[in-house]
Design a binder for this molecule. Structure first.
Ligand SMILES: C[S@@+](CC[C@H](N)C(=O)[O-])C[C@H]1O[C@@H](n2cnc3c(N)ncnc32)[C@H](O)[C@@H]1O
Length: 352
């Protein structure tokens, strides 16, 4: 009897799961004179056709913009890790305490560099009129203060749960309703949408892109930088904060911070994904950026505060600008000629 009940329950469950997927109820097979094998074969042919069509559509969407069809920036293990922490973003004394504190350095770093190029128009809202993209925004710890300074900020993150937290948190501040919006997606998805938007002549490009503590979690840095450039206006700024790949960064960011002091959850960082400023600059320059400044940062776990330091041996912040696209390579070095965009940046800097 137990076996019969179990059998019926299993068949019930089986048909509930399989029927929508295959379109044929196995319990009807005999009655409808349809062979189960034939039905499933038809279904798999239909699926195969659909997959080919979807792949083709995907490839066409991306033709205009990127090589991202074959390259994803996403490392699924990283997403899983951040998914499990998604409700903790706004606990100022929890796993993201150091990121909360980092705002004391990174917010003025972004603001001041942007103000060098764009004159403030509104008292009290220095970033008014600027469109910013916060890539890998997590719970919106950095997105919100940038929005409060008057910028229109889009925060994107591939982890849906984090975007849910970010949306919920910003909804408590009515002043942010007009300034901040969020979307669950990758940068390569957004880059493809920007390419579509450009065809419609819309104002789709950003004045600045911010990737704070993100590049050390990617599967493909080159594609990420390429897409950053693709969504930026010429002369626009890219801000990155990340961790250098040194023995000291292994000792401090992994052994001390994760394993001894537990400031960051164990397994958050992989040393192999850390990157030196020199290597990062090389990637940026080969993708048409001109690096403007690199500054070392240090976290004091006792005071819980960050400060600027000369050494970039562990944490650092970098600011670069996207060069004008028509730059010709320098005939002597073969490197892109940076003078046009650098001039554009300098002119704006001098005006302000
Ligand atoms: C250390 S957190 C930094 C969050 C936020 N930028 C901040 O500083 O408060 C890293 C974030 O990068 C996101 N991330 C991981 N892989 C990503 C990818 N391929 N593209 C964009 N974001 C990614 C994670 O989901 C996570 O929210």
């Amino acid at each position: 009897m137990f076996v019969n009940k179990f059998g019926r329950a299993t068949l019930g469950l089986y048909s509930r799961i399989i029927v929508p997927a295959c379109g044929v109820d196995p319990s009807n097979v005999g009655r409808n004179q349809i062979s189960w094998a034939v039905a499933c074969k038809k279904r798999s042919l239909w699926l195969q056709m659909n997959t080919e069509e979807r792949t083709q559509r995907h490839a066409t969407n991306h033709q205009v913009s990127t090589r991202s069809v074959h390259h994803t920036t996403v490392d699924p293990a990283e997403l899983k890790r951040f998914q499990s922490l998604a409700i903790k973003w706004w606990n100022g004394n929890g796993e993201f305490k150091a990121l909360h504190a980092m705002n004391d350095l990174r917010v003025p770093f972004i603001r001041d560099n942007l103000l060098n190029a764009h004159k403030a128009q509104h008292p009290g809202k220095p970033l008014a009129g600027l469109r910013l993209l916060d890539v890998g925004c997590g719970g919106g710890l950095l997105t919100e203060p940038l929005g409060r300074m008057g910028a229109t900020v889009l925060g994107i993150d591939p982890v849906e749960e984090s975007i849910g937290t970010a949306q919920l948190h910003s909804s408590y501040d009515p002043d942010l309703a007009e300034q901040v919006s969020y979307r669950t997606c990758t940068l390569e998805d957004l880059s493809a949408d920007v390419a579509e938007g450009q065809k419609g002549q819309g104002d789709v490009l950003f004045d600045a892109v911010i990737a704070s503590e993100v590049v050390e979690h990617l599967a493909d840095l080159e594609t990420f930088i390429f897409c950053c450039s693709h969504v930026l206006k010429p002369g626009g700024s890219l801000f990155i904060t990340t961790i250098n790949q040194t023995n000291l960064s292994y000792a401090l960011a992994i052994v001390a911070a994760e394993q001894i002091l537990r400031i960051v959850p164990r397994g958050t960082h992989e040393w192999e994904k850390f990157i030196s400023p020199v290597e990062l600059e090389r990637h940026l320059e080969s993708n048409g950026f001109s690096v403007q400044s690199v500054q070392g940062m240090m976290y004091n776990p006792i005071s819980g505060a960050w400060s600027w330091i000369n050494s970039t041996a562990v944490n650092y912040a970098l600011h670069c600008v996207k060069l004008a696209e028509e730059s010709e390579p320098d005939p002597q070095t073969g490197n892109p000629d940076n003078s046009a965009a650098t001039e554009h940046y300098r002119e704006n800097t001098q005006k302000s």
